[in-house]
Write a protein that binds this ligand. Structure first.
Ligand SMILES: [Zn+2]
Length: 432
């Protein structure tokens, strides 16, 4: 259908200061008209967006699509399917694949595979160090030239502070940045669950929050010293949020992301779901969850990233020391953020900023715009409609989430990418 009319939706586009009811006419993939009332006419397909929000589609700069090397967990096709079902049309894949994304040919592989699937924009992050071993910097310029949008050893921290400083300087000098999985491995000492009452009661090896906090402080100090940017992956503790606030107040070029699970779940999840609750950094306590929520509301935390981390069922059935950390995220970010809007932490405009526009700007891309003349790249969702998380509704290859069986509010109805419908809740993934 070359003419699509989206009727009666409430359009929210923070970058273009739009927050009102508008109809959108799309012709051959481009937004032709944006007006308060556009009458349907013969030959145009009408999407009834009554009670729905229409916004720029989302961007997640932190996903694990496990491709190459562990495609039994997820691959670029199934990861893309989960992305568009969650309202995302831009994702950045982490380099902790097998082999690690530390060579230009591997960077190009991810981009080309993403384009072949064609559902969304799949971009790679390059490794900071060769083999993610923390010893020797990769050839960042060549990786950037091949298409890496930033650098991280995610899954592992850069433990050596001298290497981290060099990485920050080098990435900053070529117009990009490093992102750190902040964890002092000596302090975490093979811990599994957040150090607190739950870990103690269940006899699970404790992982103290200072393992994260000290590394966040180190990275902030290096950013202050070098004047170069650093991005904090999956911030989760109260002290880490306060540390980023302090560094930003001093003028450091620090940004931070938070995951849906750290915004919504506590270490209580261990009581019911055991290893499905295992994630790195660990689910923490109520006061930490409150801290990341207020951090996101105030702008100390810049945006949401899911750390979408698929693992096979048999892996998540292992004992807690052996089971790999991580849980799915792409389809749960919107409901999590909408719950915070409902609870008045922030408004819908901020919700779209943290899901869509801020992460896009962080990786140097222009956010999709709901404006006449622009290519349609948008999401239509009903913020009050609920759906159940189950094996059918999860489009990832793996189903590892403690949310299985729960109902979430906030349903994606349509996702548009590159002018086309790539997902609808009635037909599923389209033209993949
Ligand atoms: Zn990580």
């Amino acid at each position: 259908m070359s003419l699509i009319l989206i009727k009666n939706g409430h359009v929210v586009d923070p970058e273009n200061n739009i927050n009102k009811k508008l109809d959108i006419l799309i012709e051959k993939g481009k937004i032709k008209k944006l007006e308060e009332n556009i009458e349907p006419f013969a030959g145009c397909e009408v999407i009834d967006a009554t009670d729905c929000i229409v916004s720029p589609s989302f961007c997640d700069i932190h996903v694990h699509f496990r491709d190459p090397g562990q495609t039994y967990k997820e691959d670029i096709r199934t990861g893309s399917m989960a992305a568009v079902a969650g309202g995302y049309t831009t994702v950045v894949c982490m380099p902790n694949t097998i082999p690690a994304l530390d060579e230009p040919s591997l960077i190009r592989y991810v981009i080309e595979k993403g384009e072949e699937v064609g559902l969304c924009r799949v971009l790679p992050a390059g490794a900071i160090t060769k083999g993610r071993k923390g010893k020797e910097l990769t050839e960042m310029w060549l990786l950037k030239d091949a298409g890496a949008v930033y650098f991280t050893d995610d899954g592992a921290p850069v433990m050596d502070s001298f290497i981290m400083r060099k990485a920050m300087e080098y990435a900053g000098s070529i117009g990009t940045f490093v992102a750190d999985h902040c964890e002092d491995l000596n302090l975490s000492n093979n811990g599994v669950a957040h150090e607190g009452e739950i870990a103690a009661a269940l006899g699970i090896p404790p992982l103290p929050p200072e393992a994260e906090d000290t590394m966040v402080a180190r990275d902030c100090i290096l950013a202050l010293r070098t004047g170069m940017p650093v991005h904090i992956c999956h911030i989760s503790s109260k002290v880490a949020v306060e540390t980023v606030a302090w560094a930003k107040a001093l003028g450091a070029n620090v940004t931070a992301e938070v995951t849906p699970h750290h915004l919504s779940l506590t270490d209580d999840e261990w009581l019911d779901f055991h290893c499905k609750a295992k994630v790195s950094p660990p689910l923490r306590e109520h006061e930490d969850v409150e801290a990341v929520r207020w951090g996101l509301a105030s702008g100390i935390i810049d945006f949401v990233a899911t750390d979408h981390a698929p693992h096979a069922h048999h892996e998540k059935m292992l004992e807690h020391q052996h089971c790999p950390p991580g849980m799915l995220g792409l389809q749960f970010a919107l409901p999590t953020v909408l719950e915070l809007v409902k609870k008045d932490y922030f408004d819908i405009n901020r919700a779209i900023q943290v899901l869509a526009t801020e992460p896009m700007k962080k990786i140097g891309l222009k956010p999709p715009a709901i404006k006449e003349g622009e290519t349609a790249e948008l999401v239509i969702f009903n913020p009050t409609e609920s759906w159940e998380v189950n094996e059918e509704t999860i489009l990832s290859k793996s189903k590892n989430t403690p949310l299985l069986g729960r109902k979430l509010r906030g349903k994606v109805k349509f996702t548009f990418y590159n002018g086309k419908i790539v997902y609808s809740d009635t037909s599923g993934v389209c033209c993949g």
